[in-house]
Design a protein around this ligand. Structure first.
Ligand code: NDP
Length: 685
């Protein structure tokens, strides 16, 4: 299908394994700059109950048959396939009003997020189908009853209802963790810009990389879909607070305790430090950042700076500096490369923003930008949804309400003055919970007071200053590894945050039982479970032969004072506890000189290592190392090394093996406990 044909297309939904058009002709979607129809959208005729069932019955089982690493590999293959088609996405993105720079955030930012999840999936998750959460909890003295928290994929469908402003990123940032978790997704893009999401989903489906039913798309209304969601489903929503609250109240969502993640309006603040006077680098950085946040995507960004909180005595200079920059902004049709800010997504959206500016103007004066007569340098000013950046000033923000409450979803910000750091925090908190706040300061005391004051009300806080200016990702960029979402007014949801975002689509379960059966369930050996001591050293075994529970009990070694002296002088670690009998005795933890912890670890390695070349390729670290009982000269050490977890890599000739290492003394007291991490070949060859 030639998507780029000039004729407006009837968008199709991808449901039940087929592309289907709505039963009716549909509503026209207009190019934001020219007003010319780009597409028609309609979803009537779709059986929404059926598509939920299709996702649950077809996509879910197929995804759950794959391991985390297999799903990560699927995302990794998808990224380059989409990047190859990126120019096609950019070309269509212009119709949404996005400049090339805006589209970069949406298109390549979205694909980058997908790839970031692919990489995190391979590096931070096991090549398994179940995820262990934390350590085992011992529930009995004789180790006959323990517990382990596990996370397993929900067996329903994730319904993603997205906003119009990022048709690609908004979809991929949710789809990537969902698929990685092993849960199928149904994406419902906002109608206004659904043609771009539809194009991207077409290209995704064409790759054939996703199992059938893993991804469905509804272009247009989702009809009665939310009446049929069940307890294993998840609904995520990005958009207006009013719609979000309405959807959250759906009977099926409440009755079935369906997880509902909401990301709604957010009156994000940026605070200029008391130290950041005009003339400082922080002042200049602040001006740049506020300008950028007001104009990227024409301010239609959930993270955009809506409230500019600045020291009262700098406000005048700040407004002048912002107006200077904003006044030079080239506004127009983004098809023209000289344009720096495109139109809003639609004429309706512009009317909405103008109405919200009028609300704000009841408490604040407009100090920059005419909301009614757009200063357009390229394109037809009367046809497109163009709007000048509008700067307001509210002199008494402490007693105002609208400026903390009304989100004008466009290039609109309000400057509000403060006198003390406490007051700055108080003003920011009047947003009742936001996605992000930024603080521009070079003063550690100001940073501490303000950031700790803001943190409970925000999902992310960015500190900007001269040292991070070059490397900073900026106020407005949600990053795949960092939490995106905010409390209260911002919706109370949380997305991304690396692997945290994957867990939003999984159920945490505390599994209790005898260690032997818990090990069978989780694939991880634990104290009390069966162990096999064989004639062959486990380091001689490749992944093909090694089994969880294979164990080595070593010979013993007695630690002498000479060993401690030798180790101290050899390494240079002559800490008094190892060298000075009197001082060591005075220490409440010791009865005299003790062996270095690292000496114990080194002796342990000497006891358990099998030296000849073999399948064990490398030791890449230890986890959770604890020294539990002091070792005095004359104590005798012994090691119990047990294969705890095997994680074969896909597309590699090796895998990771985690060994439980327990070092005991002659009284059987555990002196050190840790996990040894090794790379082991898949075969002996
Ligand atoms: P809406 O809340 O109207 O729509 C958001 C999403 O919800 C869209 O996909 C929309 O679909 C869908 N939707 C609307 N009604 C229903 C329903 N009854 N059942 C199921 N889905 C529904 O927001 P808009 O996109 O129109 O934007 C309006 C305002 O929301 C903006 O002006 C801005 O203030 C805010 N907004 C906030 C964002 C944020 O991230 N904080 C992002 C975008 C917007 P459809 O498009 O088909 O109606």
């Amino acid at each position: 299908m030639n998507i780029m044909a000039k004729q407006p297309r009837r968008l199709e939904s991808y449901v039940g394994g087929n592309w289907v058009a709505g039963a009716k002709e549909g509503v026209p979607l207009l190019d934001a700059s020219t007003g010319v129809p780009v597409a028609f959208i309609d979803s009537s005729g779709i059986d929404f109950k059926q598509i939920l069932a299709y996702g649950r019955d077809k996509g879910g089982p197929a995804l759950r048959r794959m391991s985390f690493h297999e799903r990560a590999a699927m995302l990794k293959a998808l990224g380059p396939a989409l990047l190859e088609r990126k120019e096609e996405f950019y070309a269509l993105s212009t119709a949404t009003g996005a400049t090339r720079a805006d589209s970069w955030i949406d298109i390549e930012g979205g694909i980058g997020t997908l790839l970031s999840y692919a990489s995190k999936g391979r590096r931070e998750l096991p090549n398994a189908r179940v995820l262990l959460d934390g350590d085992a909890e011992q529930l009995s003295k004789d180790q006959s009853f323990s517990a382990q928290h596990i996370l397993s994929p929900l067996q329903g469908v994730a319904v993603h209802i997205n906003a119009f402003n990022f048709p690609c990123w908004g979809m991929l940032e949710k789809v990537a963790p969902t698929l990685l978790a092993g849960v199928p997704a149904i994406v419902k893009p906002a109608s206004q810009t659904a043609y771009l999401s539809e194009l991207m989903v077409r290209r995704i489906i064409e790759t054939g990389l996703l199992p059938e039913g893993a991804l469905q798309l509804v272009c247009g209304s989702v009809g009665d879909l939310l009446d049929h969601v069940e307890g294993q489903d998840v609904v995520t929503f990005t958009g207006s607070a009013a719609t979000g609250q309405r959807l959250k109240m759906y009977r099926a969502i409440i009755q079935n305790s369906v997880r509902f993640t909401m990301e709604a309006d957010s009156l994000n603040a940026a605070v200029l430090g008391l130290d950041a006077a005009p003339g400082t680098e922080e002042f200049d950085l602040f001006v740049k950042e506020v300008t950028r946040e007001m104009t990227v995507k024409a301010g239609q960004k959930c993270t955009a700076i809506r409230r500019v909180i600045a020291p009262r005595s700098y406000s005048e200079a700040l407004i002048a500096a912002l107006n200077d920059r904003l006044g030079k902004m080239a506004i127009g049709n983004p098809a023209d490369e000289t344009v720096r800010m495109g139109p809003l997504a639609s004429l309706g959206q512009r009317e909405e923003v103008r109405a919200r500016i009028r609300d704000l103007a009841t408490e604040a004066e407009i100090v920059g930008g005419d909301p009614d007569n757009p200063r357009v340098t390229s394109g037809d000013a009367s046809a497109g949804a163009f709007l000048n950046p509008v700067l307001l000033y509210c002199d008494k923000p402490g007693s105002a309400r609208a400026v903390h409450d009304v989100e004008a979803f466009g290039p609109v910000s309000t400057v509000m003055p403060y006198d003390t750091a406490e007051e700055a925090v108080d003003l920011a908190r009047r947003g009742k919970g936001s996605l992000v706040a930024s603080v521009f300061t070079n003063d550690p005391h100001f940073a501490e007071e303000v950031v700790l004051g803001l943190a409970p009300f925000h999902g992310r806080v960015m500190i900007g200053n001269r040292l991070s200016a070059k490397s900073s990702t900026g106020h407005g960029s949600p990053l795949p590894g960092l939490v995106h979402g905010g409390p209260g007014r911002a919706g109370g949801g949380e997305e991304l945050g690396g692997i945290r975002g994957v867990k939003h689509y999984m159920q945490r379960t505390a599994v209790q039982g005898t260690p032997r059966l818990l090990s069978a369930v989780t694939g991880r050996w634990m104290d009390g479970a069966d162990a096999r001591v064989g004639s062959e050293h486990p380091f001689r075994k490749s992944l093909a032969e090694l089994k969880v529970g294979d164990q080595l009990v070593t010979a013993t070694r007695t630690v002498t004072l000479d060993d401690i002296e030798h180790f101290a002088h050899f390494t240079g670690d002559t800490f008094y506890a190892h060298m000075d009998e009197e001082a060591a005795k005075a220490n409440p933890f010791f009865e005299g000189r003790v062996a270095h912890g690292y000496l114990i670890v080194s002796f342990a390695a000497g006891l358990f290592v099998d030296p000849a070349p073999g399948p064990v390729l490398a030791n890449y670290g230890v986890d959770n190392l604890r020294f539990l009982t002091p070792v005095n000269p004359g104590d005798t050490l012994q090691v119990q090394l047990t294969c705890k977890e095997i994680n074969p890599r896909i597309n590699a000739e090796h895998g990771e093996v985690r060994w439980d290492c327990k070092v005991t003394n002659q009284l059987d007291a555990v002196v050190a406990q840790y996990d040894v991490l090794t790379m082991v070949a898949k075969t002996r060859e």
